[in-house]
Write a protein that binds this ligand. Sequence first.
Ligand SMILES: Cc1cc2nc3c(=O)[nH]c(=O)nc-3n(C[C@H](O)[C@H](O)[C@H](O)COP(=O)(O)O)c2cc1C
Length: 380
Amino acid sequence: MLRFLTAGESHGPCLTIIIEGVPAGLPLTEDSINKELGRRQKGYGRGGRMKIEQDQVRILGGVYRRPRGAIGATTGAPLALQIENRDWANWQEEGWPPLTVPRPGHADLAGALKYGGADARPILERASARETAARVAAGAVAKALLAQFEIQIGSYVVEIGGIEARITPEERLADLAARAEASELHCPDAAAAETMREWIDTMRQAGDSVGGVFVVFATGVPVGLGSHAQWDRRLDARLAAAMMSIPAIKGVEIGPAFENARRPGTQVHDEIIVAQNARGWARASNRAGGIEGGISNGEPIIVRSAMKPIPTTVAPRRSVDLASGAAAATQYQRSDVCAVPAASIVGEAMVALVLADALIEKLGGDSLAEMKAHMSAAPL
Ligand SMILES: Cc1cc2nc3c(=O)[nH]c(=O)nc-3n(C[C@H](O)[C@H](O)[C@H](O)COP(=O)(O)O)c2cc1C
């Protein structure tokens, strides 16, 4: 079982990550994790924080120490990772200012009431999506493991503020991801990306914010991850829970699920056809998004997620001061206008973590070598 925990506040000294269950012998570098952290920090529409932070991970445990320059590998012990918050230096002297006027859409009101105070500051410090940097670091480790089995994860943005990217079903996922990687909006459709960028500018000028939709996919996934046998082993359920755990993600579908719901069954279910390949069969389409019966079916896994608009807006919203009980307008906290491109990178991390967990469960073994030996006996 692969599991991870994160700790740390947005304006605290650092984020801490512990990952347990990574098999021994997986080559791992800080550079490979930093590359993913850098991808999360990009994207048009981010706020000032991303100019301050240049996330760098430190591996503090779980990797065999080799001479400087040589690549270390995991030992099978828990991995301990740390990411410094550069912004901490700006907050150290004054400390955290109280926040007693909760922002609609954020964790402020429910969190302050739940944890017993009028001050939502400790709530937003932890609810802040700064925590997603820790997830991306954990996800980079999961991706390194999956890559050993030629499982690749990618993502692309398909909608921002109601502006939809035009994507034809025939396009290869790898091509879409490559075009997204070159786009500030992480969107493969350059024309749509330009309109999205203009819309973000309009929203920024209006003191408003936007949300959107992104796709995360996994290719090379073997048949047999997850199980139909128990509710909490179903791969689709595990993926949906993982995506919904990302702040501001409010909808998840596997494949084009909502569109499928509007079509007759004969136009949805992917026919199985005889083929001249190692399996002897192939699927005529992939509207199931790579999962049937809670089990990966050998097709690419496709997960679409909807992100709500960023809750913090320059334009004030009606609220109540929890300290006085009087009506009060929200006060702006430095914020993103749009974080859909960044959320898609966080989504990749969460999909990678779920698939790595399911792969370890499927193959067993304490080392990468054992896992690979078991893989050769698994169904194609
Ligand atoms: C990558 C990323 C960046 C985010 N940036 C902000 C932000 O700058 N300001 C903000 O108010 N919310 C931001 N959010 C969303 C909030 O963290 C989220 O809405 C809040 O924690 C409440 O949780 P909920 O929306 O899941 O209910 C961001 C989310 C993600 C995934």
